[in-house]
Write a protein that binds this ligand. Structure first.
Ligand SMILES: Nc1ncnc2c1ncn2[C@@H]1O[C@H](COP(=O)(O)OP(=O)(O)OP(=O)(O)O)[C@@H](O)[C@H]1O
Ligand SMILES: [Mg+2]
Length: 257
């Protein structure tokens, strides 16, 4: 059946509201589609609702009203399906660690979705190689450095073969080499046909690679366009736009890498 609807946007959000039990009305009517094979940056001030919005993509939060569909199916109706398609690299890697070794941690997702032992082992191997963490597979993830934890979390997501990977503030705590590695990884993910969505305040590290830049402010979409189109809006909404820097310069990746 899915062959009959290849052109649906990957994500369709329609008039999404989220009000928490304490009355905080955090998302106030968000409508948005995210295409396949896209690289999107989502920005906005602290507390604007970015993480709350993304948690609706895999059912971690339910809409108060409105709908969120992944590949044509409502997340509320089938959150398991949404979790297979939407990989989420959390802001805080510690919340994503579930096992006693890095290897088991990466294997957790594939096992959970019913992969056989051999398939799981292959996925763990590939993901660990992709993130260059094969040498720490036997270690306890709790004892890793912040950057190593982030790599472990990303490997665990890649092992699920998602259709989109959402990175929530991925650069926080990464050194120069770590940022370069992560950017490279994002571009590789994208070149394999998987979409990438990066929530970040660090425009100068990544914006050059995005084909779309969405700005959220106080629970509504305040801007949506190409990165050059949105620079003015970004500075109006509290993001630092490096003075005199053009969008193609906004990357920490070196041209030859
Ligand atoms: N469980 C909750 N109950 C009540 N309010 C919440 C809850 N979770 C988040 N909020 C509120 O929702 C608002 C948006 O939070 P969110 O985490 O989406 O911000 P953000 O845009 O991701 O910010 P940051 O850039 O700091 O990560 C905040 O004011 C926060 O206090
Ligand atoms: Mg956040």
């Amino acid at each position: 059946m899915s062959d009959m609807q290849p052109r649906l946007p990957l994500i369709e959000i329609e008039n999404l509201h989220h009000r928490f039990a304490n009355g905080a009305h955090v998302l106030r009517g968000i409508s948005l589609t995210i295409d396949r094979d896209s690289f999107t940056v989502l920005g906005g001030e602290n507390g604007s609702g970015k993480t709350v919005l993304m948690k609706h993509l895999n059912g971690l939060l339910e809409p108060t009203s409105g709908t969120v569909k992944v590949d044509g199916v409502s997340v509320s109706e089938d959150s398991l399906r949404a979790r297979l398609k939407v990989g989420f690299v959390f802001q805080d890697s510690d919340t994503q660690i579930v096992a006693q070794t890095v290897e088991d941690d990466i294997a957790f997702g594939p096992i959970n979705i019913g992969c056989e032992r051999e398939e799981t082992a292959l996925r763990v191997k590939n993901a660990a190689e992709a993130l260059n963490i094969t040498r720490i597979l036997e270690q306890s993830p709790h004892r890793l450095s912040g950057g190593e934890k982030k790599k472990t979390a990303i490997a665990g997501i890649l092992a699920m073969n998602p259709e989109i990977v959402v990175f929530d503030e991925p650069f926080a705590g990464l050194d120069y080499g770590g940022v370069k590695m992560l950017l490279k990884k994002m571009l590789e993910i994208r070149s394999c046909g998987t979409s990438v969505l990066v929530i970040t305040h660090d425009l100068e590290k990544v914006l050059a690679h995005a084909d779309r830049f969405i700005i959220i402010s106080n629970g509504i979409i305040a801007g949506d366009g190409t990165p050059p189109e949105m620079l003015q809006a970004a500075s109006e909404h509290g993001m630092r736009v490096p003075p005199g820097m053009s969008v193609p310069e906004m990357t920490w990746m070196e041209p030859e890498s």
